[in-house]
Every structure is written in C-alpha cells, then in structure tokens.
Ligand binder design. Structure first.
Ligand code: ADE
Ligand code: ZN
Length: 334
C-alpha cells in the first residue's frame, strides 16, 4: 500500500505555506536575517510542537513565521515545499498564504506574494507541478485589516485565485467577514473558509450561507449534524480534511476515531491534505498512510480521495479531465 500511495498522482488543496517551515530552514533564515530564536537546536524546536488545541499551535506557528523577511526567504520556503511535492508525486497544489502575518510585521505584501509566486512559476517549468494561490484573512484580526489586505491584493489578481479564512475559529464567526468576502467575490476571487475544525457544525452552515464559498476547509465537525452531512453529500460540497493535523490538535483522540473514511462512504467529497506539515509530522504521503494504516480501505477508496480533490480543485475542466484519466489509468494498472 505504501508504494501505491507514494506513486499515486495526488492533488493538495489545504496547505499553509508558512506551515511548511521546517526547523532546519527556520535556523538558516534566522541566521541569514540576524534573528535570535528561542530554541537552541532542531530538537528543541520539535519538542515545542506539543499542542493541546488549535490556539496552542497558532501561537508557535506565528512565532516561527518571524524569520521570513525577504522575497528570497519566501521563495526558499516555497521551493522546499515543492520539492516535497515532487517526492510525494503531488502534481497540483492549492496553497494558502497569510499576508497579514507578514504585513503586520512591516513586510510588504509584494515581497510575500512575489517570492511565493516565483517559486511556483519555476515549479511548473522544472518540476511539472501546477498550483494556485489562495490568500487567507486572519479571523482573529478585524474586518478593517481584512479590507486593507484585499485592497493590497488587487494589483496581484493574476497570481491569486481565491480568498480564504483561517486562524482562531472559536470567537471569530464567519459573519465578521461577510462584507469582505462579498467584496472579494465581486472582484472575481473564488472563496473558501476554515470551519468546523474545532468549532461547531453550525459554523459550517454559517460559512456556507454567508461567505459564498465553494469548499470548506476541515469541516470534520459536520458529523455532529447528520442532516448537514446529507446536504454536503448531496451538494458534493468539498471538505479539505487534514488527518495528521486533526490528531496533533486533538480534534480526534486517534486516527482510528477519525471520521474521514465514514464521510467518504457517505459520498461526501472529502480530500486528504497536510495543512501545516512541518508542525504536524507529515506531508501528503504521510497523511494518506496514516489514514490507510488506521482504516481498512480498498485501493479504489484511497484513489477516490484524489478523484475528489481533482473535482474540488480550481483548475480548468479540461485539465481536470486530463488528471482524472491519468488517475483512472493508475488505479487500473496498480
Ligand atoms: N492556520 C494554519 N493552520 C491552521 C489551521 N489548522 N486552522 C486554522 N488556521 C490555521
Ligand atoms: Zn488550515
């Protein structure tokens, strides 16, 4: 199964580029930018990654991002992730970035987006990996800051396909961002949002009702509301699920109790993603393997996660058809 999963052509739809900052690169960038880290060694950093909920992770994650200063830093971060994609046979990836994490520290929007974009362009040429970029608003910040960010993004519309919503779910409802999402979709951006990660199932309904989103990030708490699960299945509303993240952040006690396979079997359009792989202990193959080790599944079921991801992606229909054909052939021959 490891070989089948490793070589399966994969599509990632939920990946925070700041969450791919491995301790080794964190130290390298800190040295390059004369920043003192509160850690003595790589081991020290990894020891600090013991989270008990979403907020305890976010505090460390925002601190890690402080080493990212120049366009070259954002390029190097993104390129390192793309090499992981190549290794895992991820053929298409839709990447989140959090502009406010950087603009709040005085780094310009242009520096961030250009560094990431240049790495993505190089990956098309040199690695054969395609991608899209999704700009997330931080939900713990206010509406005005989100509007400022939207305005900064307008001259980079050619590089950004969608807006998203991440950070602390509890206490920061979708309603806080209804107007900014309306403005963003009017500008032609697609929209997604984190909901139902550790917050209630009603957050998923609210995000769907208020934000004009075409997919839900996480959404695993939908299982608390059976009628919502039925609606999600009927509408084929995609959920970008992140199994290892959910275990690390204690959304589920263990992988055996994770609901992703049950949702798949109810025809919900669930996909497997890595979220913040440097913090949660694994990239795409690791996430697929963790689910497969804990749940007995056929190869066709495992491949269905990728069929779902192709269906849920923001790539043109012709390209979706091409990827579907490649994956069907892979499943038939393996
Ligand atoms: N930002 C980075 N990872 C996140 C997650 N899992 N939930 C909410 N915001 C995030
Ligand atoms: Zn996320």
């Amino acid at each position: 199964m490891k070989q089948f999963i490793q070589s399966l052509p994969k599509v990632e739809l939920h990946l925070h580029i700041e969450g791919t900052l491995e301790p080794e690169l964190m130290f390298e960038l800190a040295a390059r930018n004369n920043i003192t880290l509160p850690f003595k060694s790589f081991e020290d950093v990894r020891d600090a990654y013991n989270f008990h909920n979403l907020q305890s992770f976010l505090d460390i994650y925002y601190q890690g991002a402080n080493v990212l200063i120049t366009e070259q830093d954002f390029f190097d971060l993104t390129w390192a992730y793309l090499l992981r994609c190549k290794n895992d046979n991820v053929v298409h990836t839709e990447i989140f970035f959090d502009p406010q994490t950087h603009t709040e520290r005085g780094i310009s929007f242009d520096t961030v987006v250009n560094g990431i974009h240049n790495a993505l362009s190089k990956a098309v040429e040199e690695l054969g990996i395609t991608s899209q970029l999704i700009m997330c608003f931080l939900r713990h910040l206010d509406e005005e800051s989100a509007f400022t960010t939207l305005n900064q993004s307008l001259e980079h519309k050619d590089k950004i396909v969608a807006v998203g919503l991440d950070s602390s779910e509890n206490g920061n409802p979708a309603s806080k961002f209804e107007r900014v999402f309306k403005a963003a979709t009017k500008e032609g951006f697609l929209a997604v949002a984190h909901a139902g990660e550790e917050g209630e199932a009603s957050n998923i309904r609210e995000a769907l009702d208020l934000l004009q989103i075409t997919r839900i990030d996480h959404g695993v708490r939908c299982s608390d509301d059976e009628s919502l699960v039925k609606e999600l299945a009927m509408q084929r509303t995609p959920l970008t699920v992140c199994p290892l993240s959910n275990i690390k952040l204690k959304v589920f006690d263990n992988m055996e109790e994770h609901n992703i396979v049950a949702l798949l079997r109810k025809n919900v359009c669930v996909t497997i993603n890595s979220d913040d792989p440097a913090y949660f202990g694994g990239y795409m193959t690791d996430n697929f393997m963790a689910v497969s080790n804990a749940h007995e599944m056929s190869k066709a079921e495992i491949a269905q996660f990728t069929f779902n991801a192709i269906e849920a992606s923001f790539i043109p229909q012709r390209e979706k058809n091409r990827l579907m054909m490649i994956n069907k052939a892979y499943l038939e021959n393996n």
